[in-house]
Design a protein around this ligand. Structure first.
Ligand code: ZN
Length: 245
């Protein structure tokens, strides 16, 4: 007996498969990350027209298959997030988010909080608030158990400092004294202020670099969407995690 399931699901990736099929990577609250095959999805003018673009929220019905490659049967649009599609930078930001969601979620592992966070973030990425992307990636990391320690030095515990250095390999900040004993290539300077650090830092362009530096260190692999985003927005490319092994 085929097992029919239904849920909201967010499309993270869409890949052509053969002449006419598509394979989608999606995130659903109670099913986690899944792969769906869409038979005839590339050509379907009726069933799936304009519904299978990345970063679309669907209400979907699929047939669960043992192989893990489930078959999408029907889909209605829950939210197309049209604001992302009119602006290449916003679309690139959504790609960075999707890349992180894909990297941090696992197949068949329920992710209700991450799912809600992702939908809210895509909605807000349509606007112009520069804090949405770094805050969201930081919250994804925190949900996975990697909240960086930003309130005190991770080496000596010192709490009050004018300047801090972020050290991905220590999962948080170092005070200048502890930082002076650490190879500079492992450090990224961050703005002054302890209590307000996070709020302040995340409102600045460096915040996204910092958060992505940490995500890159944790994942230890290339982040193509992040590289595209940097190229589009003219962000610098720190990538020191390549040397931090
Ligand atoms: Zn210290």
């Amino acid at each position: 007996m085929p097992r029919w399931l239904h849920s909201a699901a967010l499309i993270l990736r869409s890949q052509a498969h053969g002449e006419s099929d598509l394979i989608l990577s999606v995130l659903a609250p109670d099913h986690g990350r899944m792969s769906w095959i869409v038979k005839g999805g590339k050509r379907s003018k009726k069933r799936f027209v304009n519904k299978l673009e990345p970063y679309t929220l669907l209400k979907a019905i699929w047939v669960a298959r043992r192989s893990g490659l489930h078959r999408l049967e029907r889909a209605e649009i829950g939210n197309l997030y049209p604001g992302l599609r009119r602006d290449p930078q916003k679309f690139a930001a959504a790609s960075v988010l999707a890349e992180q969601l894909y990297a941090w979620t696992r197949e068949a592992n329920p992710e209700p909080e991450t799912f809600r966070l992702a939908c809210a973030a895509l909605d807000r990425l349509q606007g112009d608030d520069p804090r949405v992307l770094p805050l969201t990636v930081l919250r994804i990391l925190a949900l996975q158990g990697y909240r960086p320690a930003l309130d005190s030095c991770t080496a000596c515990g010192r709490r009050h400092c004018r300047d801090w250095f972020f050290a991905a390999h220590r999962h948080g900040v170092l005070c200048p004294r502890c930082a002076s004993r650490t190879a500079p290539r492992l450090l990224a300077p961050v703005c002054a202020g302890t209590a307000a650090f996070l709020r302040q830092a995340l409102a600045s362009p460096e915040a996204l670099d910092l958060v992505m530096l940490y995500a890159g260190f944790l994942l230890q692999r290339d982040l193509p969407a992040w590289e595209v985003y940097q190229a589009l927005t003219g962000q610098r490319s720190p990538q020191p995690w390549r040397a931090v092994r």
